[in-house]
Write a protein that binds this ligand. Structure first.
Ligand code: PLP
Length: 386
């Protein structure tokens, strides 16, 4: 059976060149980067070279990079680290209604522990407004955290514009760039951010490794204690193979980015154009153009996203109904509700995300299989009328 993977936003396969680059660090170059002997120094060199590669990739300085275990840890560190470092200055945090749970859950935790959190609404395309941000800021605001691109609907936020507002007020600005790093150009100065989260498994690197960019001078309370790795900002033996793999993955992304953006945008726009022609009563979720090059998200009225997903899976096609973390839950996605969908429409959402190995023929296959799947499922729905 043909197999088509269209769930690159959940995770990407590791590029074989990344695996090849990492492999020696499991075997003859296995040293602990904190050890003083030659094994350690070899690992330390790989670590520092990787830090430089990442710093160059996002326009930062190497000492502004903290390696972590992935996007979730980076997001938690940014939120909790800022809140506890600055709690004497203020107790107010601003974020958006469509953040990943790696932001919204630590924000909820802080709310239960004496902090105040404002969740900015988004418009029907999933955009946060600069005016809303301006209005929400108080003299107690210590942090604003707004994601760069949404993992479900792909909308890209005006981060640079929002960052101008926070900068003028001297408030820290964090962005969760887990869905954008490796996929579109990123420069921390152009974006006006003080902190930025990223995760290697979203850009053809290994799982369980990521980083938090922390602008020089930003105060953060450490919460991983037990060693002086990462200049005391994050204890634990370095995941040298993973970190080297992250850097190798970024080098490949850098070299392939323009070509990948062009190809994936063409596939995306083809789906955005052709799905509504082949399937009646669908709605594109997310901004029509200010969106990730590889993301398409449709609500397909009268059917459950889960049913489409499972039927497509039997045909060898892997998609998603929302983020991988929430797709096993029966609650409709908070992102789709925040853009104004009713519960029923939100339940019928299908996310298609493409990547390095997606071929035009994969999109042909999806466009051939999806309309009859929808037709069959709708025929069983009591609500559906042609
Ligand atoms: N933030 C966003 C926007 C994501 O899409 C994800 C992963 O789905 C995460 C954070 C969490 O990253 P990780 O899986 O590396 O913990």
């Amino acid at each position: 059976m043909k197999k088509v993977y269209l769930d690159y936003a959940a995770t990407t396969p590791c590029d074989p060149e990344v695996v090849a680059a990492m492999t020696p660090y499991f075997f003859d170059k296995f040293g602990n980067a904190s050890s003083l002997h030659a094994y350690g120094q070899e690992a330390k060199k790989a670590l520092e070279d990787s830090r430089q590669t990442l710093a160059d990739f996002i326009g930062a300085q190497p000492e502004e990079i903290v390696f972590t275990s992935g996007g979730t840890e980076s997001d938690n560190y940014a939120l909790l680290g800022t809140a506890y470092a600055l709690q004497k200055k203020g107790d107010h945090i601003i974020t958006s209604a469509i953040e990943h749970h790696a932001i919204s859950e630590p924000a909820g935790f802080l709310e239960k522990n004496g902090f105040k959190v404002t969740y900015l609404p988004v418009n029907k395309d999933g955009l946060v407004s600069a005016e809303d941000l301006k209005k929400a800021v108080t003299d107690k605001t210590i942090l604003v955290s707004i994601m760069h691109a949404n993992n479900e609907i792909g909308t890209l936020q005006p981060i640079a514009e929002l960052g101008k507002i926070t900068r003028a007020k001297g408030i820290y600005f964090h962005t969760d760039a887990v869905q954008t790093v490796g996929h579109i150009p990123i420069n921390v100065d152009a974006l006006n951010v003080d902190m930025l989260s990223l995760s290697a498994h979203k850009f053809y690197g290994p799982k369980g490794v990521g980083a938090l960019y922390v602008r020089k001078g930003t105060r953060l309370q450490t919460f991983m204690r037990g060693g002086d790795q990462e200049k005391g900002r994050r204890a634990s033996t370095h995941n040298t193979p993973g970190i080297f793999g992250l850097a190798k993955a970024l080098e490949l992304c850098r070299d392939k980015m323009q070509e990948e953006i062009k190809f994936q945008t063409a596939l995306r726009d083809r789906l955005i154009k052709e799905i509504p022609l082949k399937i009646p009563q669908v709605r594109l979720n997310g901004h029509p153009s200010l969106r990730l090059p590889n993301n398409v998200n449709f609500s397909i009225k009268y059917i459950e996203g889960e049913s489409i997903l499972l039927t497509l899976d039997l045909l060898g096609i892997a998609c998603s109904t929302g983020s991988a973390c929430t797709s096993s839950s029966l609650e409709p996605s908070h992102v789709l509700l925040a853009i104004g969908l009713d519960h029923e429409t939100a339940h019928g959402s299908l996310r298609i995300t493409m990547g390095r190995w997606t071929k035009e023929s994969d999109i042909d296959y999806l466009l051939e299989k999806l309309p009859p799947v929808v037709e069959k499922l709708r025929a069983m729905s009591p609500l559906y009328e042609k």
